[in-house]
Design a protein around this ligand. Sequence first.
Ligand code: HEM
Ligand code: HEM
Ligand SMILES: [Fe+2]
Length: 496
Amino acid sequence: MSAGAIDYASLTPGQKLGIKYFSVAMILFLAQLLFGMIAGLQFLYPELFYNQLDFSVNRMVHINAMVVWMLYGFIGSVYWLVEDESGVELVGAKLGNINFWVLTSAVTVVVLVYLFVQTGAGRIESIWFINEGREYIEAPRWADIGIVVCVLVFFYNVAATFTKGKWSGISGVLVLDLIALAGLYLAGMVYTTNISMDQFWWWWVIHLWVEATWEVLVGCIMAWGLMKTLGARRKIVTTWLYIEVALMFGSGILGLGHHYFWIGTPEYWLTVGGFFSALEPIPLVAMVVHAVYDAGKHGFQSSNHPALAWLIAHAFGNFLGAGVWGFIHTLPQINLYTHGTQWTTSHGHLAFFGAYATIIIAIIYMAVQRLRGDVWMSADLRGGWKWKWSLILQNVGIMGMTVALLIAGYEQSFIERAIGGSTWQAYFEAQTHPWFVQGMYWRVVFGAMMTVGLVLMLWDLLTIGAGETRSAKKVGIPEPAAESGDVPPAAPQPAG
Ligand code: HEM
Ligand code: HEM
Ligand SMILES: [Fe+2]
């Protein structure tokens, strides 16, 4: 096949699986934005789809679609890199394929139930078949169990492949992290009628996923991505990875306490949560320094400009959305006023998009490059306006939404909490204040900009590199043998 044409047949088994996961991820990303737009419009026009497609359902589909597409994106990225990193073909590809279809069918059924059943009596059967009622991970219990099984299959595929091939610093961290990621999901399945206890365990999944295990996972993906797009040295990216992981777990685990301030847990969580979560931005600074250092060292010469641009967007988005926007409301003295207002939503949007959507998009651009037969994706890319504009529209869109929500949240903290003393009446005063209403309006305007950006990007992903005849730019300095791996000297060194 010539460069520029779709060359699916020549992909390795792991890469083929990666493409499947990425495709579903992008469909769900689009669904996420459409349901977000409906939910956003319902703030302005509360009667819109009332009793047909209620806000509660749209919001749930919006955030669950997000969690699922990001998990698909991560699984796809790991399948994409596992063979390259281990040096052998994926182990258990057939099983992995069946797994993909089982998981995707289950996700489809769950979404259909969300949309068509929507509500049910508060009985134990509803937990099993309709909705478990835990924000972000609402999937009913039958699906929970299915998800755990599917993740175990995925884990087997990945660990077995590294074991058959070779291990590295990156893959070691990755596999240990996947154990923690899968194990934590179990904490979200514990059922108790005590709401404080229920929330306590639920946060183990939500916080320890996004602020510990997901961060480490994207650290591994970033390390690999920088080696591939820039030719960064393995020794350097691995050293950074170890530092970041140590800092991340050091602050993120007890940082969990910032969700325990007001849910009925002992008071020492105010101190513990406040202190450790305030340290959480530090590893994120390290990640920005790392990415910019590597890119600068290579004069921003990359084999894949869109991917590198999205990797850099990830480094800054993670730092701003999680680090800065997280830090501003993490001290209990401040959180007392901001808790559960639009500040939270402002942070939630910028953090999830900045830290996770961006890096998955970067790896998808790398996958598309390979799918087109390793075509040129550096400077003077044909039709390069598409990736640039879609990047600009999505990032300006998310920043616009974030600022609009922050203004609304500031107003809520001020009028409802600080001045009004959190009374029922103060709540409504805050909800009808012009700053709040205008914030809700601007969210929809910037959300529309984002949606246009995403549609443009999907078009770009389907067409980028088509008809391109130049092959990918070679990057990086050949690595001296002694530096090429983290494999101890006793183990056989792979050639190259
Ligand atoms: C990529 C990493 C992160 C993501 C994806 C993320 C996302 C979120 C989301 C979605 C919520 C809202 C949860 C809810 O529904 O109640 C939240 C809450 C919160 N986050 Fe983060 N976050 C991240 C990192 C951080 C960091 C590093 C900090 C602190 C430095 C932080 C501080 C907080 C605090 C204090 C809350 C509670 C807000 C409230 O009281 O309403 N987050 N985060
Ligand atoms: C078209 C753009 C979008 C619109 C109009 C939109 C709208 C909304 C609305 C209306 C809510 C409910 C807020 C509430 O309950 O007060 C929400 C929640 C949420 N959205 Fe979006 N959204 C959009 C894009 C995104 C993106 C790109 C992400 C992340 C990648 C995201 C992540 C979230 C999260 C994490 C929550 C829960 C936040 C919380 O509990 O504070 N949204 N969104
Ligand atoms: Fe947290």
